[in-house]
Design a protein around this ligand. Sequence first.
Ligand code: HEM
Length: 436
Amino acid sequence: MPVTPPIPASRPEGMHRWARWRAFRRDMFASQPQRLYRAKMAQMTTPFYRSFTVPDPTLARKILEDAEGFPKSDVLAATLGDLLGRSVFVTNGAEWARARAMIDPAFSGGRVREMLPQMVGAGQRMLAELHPGVIEVEAVTARATADVILRVLFSRPIDDAQAQEIFGVFQEYQRAQPLASLADLLRLPAWVPRRRRGRKEAYALRALVADLIAQRQGDEVDLLARLIDARDGDDGTGFSESELVDQAVMFLLAGHETSASALSWALYCLALSPEDQDRAAAEVAACAPTEFKQMPFLRDVWREVLRLYPPVPMLPRQAAQATTLRERAVSRGDPVIISPWHSGRHEREWDRPHEFDPSRWAQGATTQGWFPFSAGPRICPGAGFATAEGIILLAMILREWRLQVVPNDIPQPVAHLTVRSAAGIRIAFHRRATQH
Ligand code: HEM
């Protein structure tokens, strides 16, 4: 029987501009009105800026396809720049295109298959952490996905001393939560001093990654080796040392928080829906966790979780030129926010939009409003990787554990860098009767 997992509270209609601004700083969801689940486009005005949010899937996809007309917002580079430098996540134009073309081959289907053993290795380490009783799963999934990316990127499991140090500083950085600073949103000149949260941690993390790169022997077979070998198709140049640090740190961020968020919500949705959980558990009991073709239902569970809880809930873009969107004038530089969160639950697009019902996919659910990995030229290159990782880790848990919600302990989604729960996600773990 389909269930309805938690939805964040939207902001009340008529909220004052200042209150909206404060809400935006605290949690992006709290500043978004309920009507975004029905509207095609909405305008938000705060004391400092005006922005447009586009929940309509067709228009959203059109904007994402037009990466020149609607590049990534420079607020993003300003907010995450201390950590990510000039990595592919924050740049635009020719600089982005060169780096993206050099990175893409590392994520082809064959390359992702080579990474499966590291995912299974991290899964085994994660299983050793689990025990009967109530477990806070956000911490477990954060360690598991950090372990995957550290193994894949640097050939270092999370228990290695240097990898552990990187993970520790990374968590401190996330706790500092560098949401957009006021100066950046106001577009004050670069010389105006800003209070940069997370700067100290970002620099420490970059120094640790630079050290790891400097210690390489040259015979490693991992993602970093592929980045070192990557060449520009036009002039044959590779990434410079500082570009390598930028891209490597970006992979740590892009490849860890997001997957951890999706996995945590997947575990919660499965705990909430025993029928779906049993069906998925029966499927994974019959095969190895890397035999994806044998697990079509678990794949639909993954799709449905990403529809309801897209880890990157909103994608900030800005208009490169003055233009019009749905007959509204948009000025050059105006923020335009694409929302996988609202498109994935849009009432014009989905039947029973807030229900968790993985079987809708086998019944041919429409996919126009499903773009948790974005769309167009800037689509997530790690989508295949993340899907393999998510399914492997879920399968490994479901083979051994039965999950149950804890009564009256309902996680509240909040939008920080990714969709997290305001106070963790606790789930009761029971050993399955049959071990595999
Ligand atoms: C469930 C897990 C994941 C989700 C939902 C996800 C989602 C996304 C989204 C929505 C974007 C686009 C952001 C924007 O356009 O503003 C993105 C970009 C990116 N992701 Fe992922 N991601 C996931 C996992 C990963 C993994 C595992 C990797 C790498 C190992 C990765 C690497 C990247 C990179 C490099 C970009 C920047 C691409 C560009 O701007 O050209 N992601 N991701």
